[in-house]
Design a binder for this molecule. Structure first.
Ligand SMILES: [Zn+2]
Length: 144
């Protein structure tokens, strides 16, 4: 278990629970780990990130907290995955996310979905099927 997982467990793995059973708050729990460092970010209520010696981390915002996404160098939460690559990739022209089976347009695709679909298309005869929330989809249009 990582340090972040240990602290998460003390808070019932609930991203909106701020105190453990003894009433100790998350900042105190993180600070209590002697090798935790805190990265302040942005202005005022920006996310705070606690880094632990084992490489794990916890991200805390005003609304919630979560374990740091694996390999993230910024402030992404594990629950949402690291979106740094997508945010950094300004060259992607996003397309439209469509249901593979019906062709129905679902919503604008994200940069990551667009890129993933383009990548998938190289291996599935140009269809570009990606699975989004258990549903076979593809991205129509878009370029990277
Ligand atoms: Zn990230």
């Amino acid at each position: 278990m990582t340090t972040a997982q240990t602290i998460s467990a003390q808070l019932d793995d609930d991203g909106q629970q701020w105190e453990d059973a003894a009433g100790t708050d998350i900042a105190t729990l993180c600070d209590a780990v002697s090798d935790a460092t805190t990265h302040e970010h942005g202005i005022g209520a920006g996310p705070r990130r606690y880094d632990f010696a084992d490489g794990s981390g916890i991200v805390v915002t005003d609304e919630c907290w979560d374990i740091l996404a694996p390999d993230c160098t910024a402030y992404c939460m594990a629950g949402g995955g690291c979106e740094c690559a997508a945010q950094a990739d300004d060259d992607v022209i996003t397309g439209t996310l469509c249901d593979y089976h019906t062709g129905k347009e679902l919503r604008p695709a994200t940069a990551t979905e667009t890129r993933d679909s383009i990548e998938a298309a190289a291996h599935d005869d140009g269809i570009g099927v990606i699975v989004i929330e258990g549903r076979d989809c593809y991205v129509s249009g878009g370029a990277s």
